[in-house]
Design a protein around this ligand. Structure first.
Ligand SMILES: CC(C)(COP(=O)([O-])OP(=O)([O-])OC[C@H]1O[C@@H](n2cnc3c(N)ncnc32)[C@H](O)[C@@H]1OP(=O)([O-])[O-])[C@@H](O)C(=O)NCCC(=O)NCCSC(=O)C[C@@](C)(O)CC(=O)[O-]
Length: 339
């Protein structure tokens, strides 16, 4: 793994015909908002959520290089892969091959977190055998998606997670809980706040250290985000335990993120270059692009630890591996429209 990006792919500050490029305006000139947090932790999901939907298999060395470049760009939490059934997500069937390639990154970046998804005890066994330091289980706020994504009812899925969370706890491995379809579900329509809060509380009661609220198909608008977070707070959940996970189907992901920050959330999931989707929810489009998020956060004077040009260069590099331009507007603005 080289981790070195070619300086020529760092940015294209000069546009066509000698016109100034967007980077000539510089990176955002921060204007802080006292109602917002000073620091946000970005939970990068590109290598897992971003790649899981790619039909052409990405070589394991490319995945390892992608993760190494993300860590070098300053992302401290990078969700690396999934130990799910290989037939369900063939793209991530190489989890066992990937993990040893990532081991050197811990020396290079002390404190780097590389969580992995595990749906059940079999997944946990595989993850622990490969020294995963953090795992995540993933539930659904709706019945239909639980069956489609996990082949279980929502209740059965919770029972499947119970021993996973217990055993991970015994092994000293923290567990994140994802909750999908928190705002809308393609089969069931709008999802009531109480229903989402009920399922989320069950994940927290199992022992999940953090709960990531997913707008899996990207239909939320900011008022709904505020209402859902208020529902969790009313139910006694400290906002520090909550993270948000937005998809950008209707271009609302950044607005929704800002609403969440105003409600006190400080952990935001995002995917480098805006890669993403969910193989079991066809209407799910790309995740909130990490670069778009970082541009907004830095503009608000919020620290992330991320080197934006280096991150954009990483997404430009990944886009070339995948053979198509990045959907992230910030990547295109910084690197040019074909990046
Ligand atoms: C949960 C299962 C496994 C149930 O799938 P199943 O077919 O019901 O599995 P099973 O428990 O009946 O077991 C059948 C066979 O699979 C094996 N098996 C069982 N588990 C594993 C495993 N972990 N690894 C390897 N093998 C496994 C098991 O050992 C057995 O083997 P056999 O005895 O027949 O030889 C399946 O439904 C599955 O893997 N689902 C994963 C789907 C997925 O990854 N979806 C995407 C992630 S969620 C997401 O993207 C949303 C999120 C998180 O980003 C947030 C958001 O946007 O909302």
């Amino acid at each position: 793994m080289t981790e070195q990006s070619n300086p020529t792919e760092q940015s294209s500050s000069t546009g066509q015909n000698g016109e100034p490029g967007v980077l000539d305006l510089g990176l955002p000139d921060p204007v802080a908002d006292p109602a917002l947090p000073k620091r946000v932790r970005i939970h990068e999901v590109g290598p897992r959520d971003g790649l899981q939907n790619e039909s052409a298999l990405v070589p394991v060395e490319v995945k390892a290089e992608f993760i190494a470049r993300l860590a070098a760009a300053g992302l401290g939490t990078v969700e690396a892969t999934s130990f799910v059934h290989p037939k369900w997500v063939p793209q991530l069937a190489d989890a066992e091959q990937l993990m040893p390639l990532l081991a050197p990154l811990h020396e290079r970046h002390p404190g780097l977190r590389l969580p992995v998804l595990v749906p059940n005890e079999r997944g946990l066994d595989r993850a622990l055998a490969h020294h995963a330091g953090e795992v995540a289980v993933f539930a659904s706020a709706t019945e239909t998606f639980a069956r489609r994504n996990l082949n279980r009812s929502a209740d059965e899925a919770m029972e499947m997670f119970r021993p996973v969370v217990e055993r991970a706890g015994e092994a000293g491995v923290p567990v994140r809980g994802y909750l999908s379809m928190c705002f809308g579900d393609p089969w069931e329509g709008r999802v009531p706040v109480d229903q989402v809060v009920g399922h989320g509380l069950r994940l927290l009661e199992l022992g999940c250290a953090e709960l990531s609220l997913g707008d899996t198909i990207g239909v939320a608008t900011p008022g709904q985000v505020t209402a859902l977070l208020a529902g969790f707070v009313r139910a006694g959940v400290p906002v520090e335990k909550l993270a948000v996970h937005f998809h950008d189907t209707y271009g609302q992901a950044l607005s929704n993120t800002l609403a969440a920050l105003r409600s006190g959330v400080t952990v935001v999931d995002a995917s480098a270059g805006g890669l993403g989707g969910c193989p079991y929810a066809k209407s799910a489009t790309g995740n909130l692009a990490t670069e778009d998020l970082v541009w907004m956060l830095h503009g608000l004077g919020i620290e992330t630890g991320v080197d934006l040009p280096r991150l954009a260069a990483t997404s430009g590099w990944m886009a070339r591996q995948l053979g198509r331009p990045s959907p992230s507007r910030t990547v295109r603005a910084l690197l040019g429209p074909t990046a």
